[in-house]
Design a protein around this ligand. Structure first.
Ligand code: PMP
Length: 361
């Protein structure tokens, strides 16, 4: 069988070693004669899995002890509602930085709870999409918090700066970039991420919340979204997505074996450089994002002639390069190259791109 490299934006590829291990132990996990999916989340065996996964995640991101880590349901969009529900604390306004599709979607959801102060940071730089640096974000005094999305999965834009807004509560949607580069968690009030890109299977959402922000949820917020309820119950107020939690735990172990987040950051830089250099050095492919804001996780690119898109997708699929079709709102192609994508996968993609250009350019 051809080696397959899966460039899906999410649910996305998982490390092959992790999948093999899960396969090996699937039907007889820890000698119990059942799978990990079939045991109680309150059993001592599962509690061990849950605690180890949390500790490894904490180690990987160097999460300070005054932060809770919540393993919950509802995905990124669930958090679009949970964030205002937990953090407004009676305030009527919150700052929302609009840098792309997902930041904008968070604003739409927040409108159900408050009046978002929208801060549009999209600008054009030499004909390419760019984002205003944090120093130029005009935050408002009436805002309960400021929300932004450091990596826009669809637009292929990223903000690499770390926030430094004094005592403002900063909330960030790390769904498509968590664990891909080092961050200083202490600069954030809340970080959240759906698991299905850089962590594990869909169904699990991770929330990192500073303890002083707990206990402020509005009364009518459903309990499963209430950070304090989840924290008080060790993320087991309702039955958590146990299989996704277990598998994410295997991914955390794998990340540690790879050298942790710092090592991934280096590898991700190499992968992104290879792909962007291939695009920039060709007259055939084009990426429309200014260099400083190019995502290292999601790389959209266009062919010189959109009429060739279909052929590009057919040929790439035949070569084992899967899921390169761009999001419908952007068109063209998109390669998502999260932690689990090896350099060899990006090399296979760029080899194919150059060959395709030679034949059709
Ligand atoms: N935020 C970002 C940055 C995303 O990429 C996505 C999903 N692609 C979401 C939020 C929404 O996540 P979910 O589908 O888990 O609700």
């Amino acid at each position: 069988m051809t080696q397959v490299y899966n460039f899906s934006s999410g649910p996305a590829m998982l490390p092959a070693e992790v999948l093999r291990r899960a396969q090996q132990e699937l039907t007889n996990w820890q000698g119990l004669g059942t799978s990990v999916m079939e045991i109680s989340h309150r059993s001592k065996e599962f509690i061990q899995v849950a605690e180890t996964a949390e500790q490894d995640f904490r180690d990987l991101l160097k999460i300070p002890s005054n932060y809770k880590v919540l393993f919950c349901h509802g995905g990124g969009r669930g958090q679009f509602a949970a964030v205002p529900g937990n953090l407004l604390n009676g305030a009527s306004h919150a700052d929302y930085v609009d840098g792309g599709y997902w930041a904008h979607s968070a604003i739409k959801e927040a409108e159900k709870f408050c009046t978002p102060n929208t801060i549009d940071i999209k600008v054009s730089h030499e004909g390419k999409t760019a984002l205003l640096p944090m120093g130029q974000w005009k935050l408002n005094d009436n805002a309960a918090y400021v929300h932004y999305c450091p990596n826009e999965t669809i637009d292929g834009t990223a903000i690499f700066e770390q926030p430094d807004f004094g005592d403002k509560v900063v909330v960030a949607d790390f769904s498509s970039t968590i664990l891909s580069h080092e961050i200083d968690v202490s600069r954030y009030g809340v970080i959240y991420a759906g698991a299905q890109k850089n962590i594990g299977p869909a169904g699990l959402t991770l929330v990192i919340v500073r303890e002083d922000l707990l206990g402020k949820a509005r009364n009518d917020l459903p309990s499963v979204f209430n950070y304090s309820v989840l924290a008080d119950n060790g993320s087991m107020f309702n039955t958590p997505p146990t299989f996704a939690w277990y598998l994410s735990g295997l991914v955390f172990k794998w990340l540690k074996e790879q050298g942790g987040v710092a090592a991934m950051e280096k590898r991700n830089q190499q992968k992104a450089d290879l792909l962007y250099n291939t695009i920039d050095n060709s007259g055939f492919y084009r990426n429309n994002v200014a260099t400083a804001n190019r995502s290292q996780m999601n790389v959209p690119f266009q062919l010189a002639d959109a009429a060739l898109d279909k052929l590009f997708l057919e040929e790439s699929l035949n070569q084992g390069l899967h899921a390169l079709k761009g999001h419908r709102v952007v068109g063209g192609m998109r390669a998502s190259i999260y932690n689990a994508m090896p350099l060899a996968g990006v090399q296979a993609l760029t080899d194919f791109m150059l060959d395709f250009e030679r034949r059709h350019g």
